[in-house]
Design a protein around this ligand. Structure first.
Ligand SMILES: [Zn+2]
Length: 89
């Protein structure tokens, strides 16, 4: 087996390092909008979340907002968790 380099990213909520593919990317676009980045190709400042459980974490708003350097409202968290949820089965 070849040892391939797996890109690792840190979850902004629990600080665990995981392979990038296992994480959900959230991005703040240059326009200041925050989206779940399903393609992994949106430009902007990104943050990673390792588990959909984190959306219910009381600290997710502050931690994600800090990572993205944006002020997030609870409505933003709800919206993001809903668009993230659609991708999971
Ligand atoms: Zn996590």
């Amino acid at each position: 087996m070849k040892a391939r380099h797996v890109p690792m990213r840190t979850c902004v909520v629990c600080r665990d390092k995981k392979p990038k593919q296992e994480l959900l990317r959230v991005v703040r676009t240059p326009e200041g909008e925050v989206h779940v980045d399903l393609s992994g190709r949106l430009s902007g400042r990104g943050g990673y979340i390792c588990s959909s459980d984190h959306w219910g974490d009381g600290q997710v708003r502050a931690k994600l907002g800090h990572a993205l350097k944006v002020e997030l409202a609870q409505e933003d968290i709800v919206r993001l968790s809903e668009s993230a949820g659609k991708t999971q089965n």
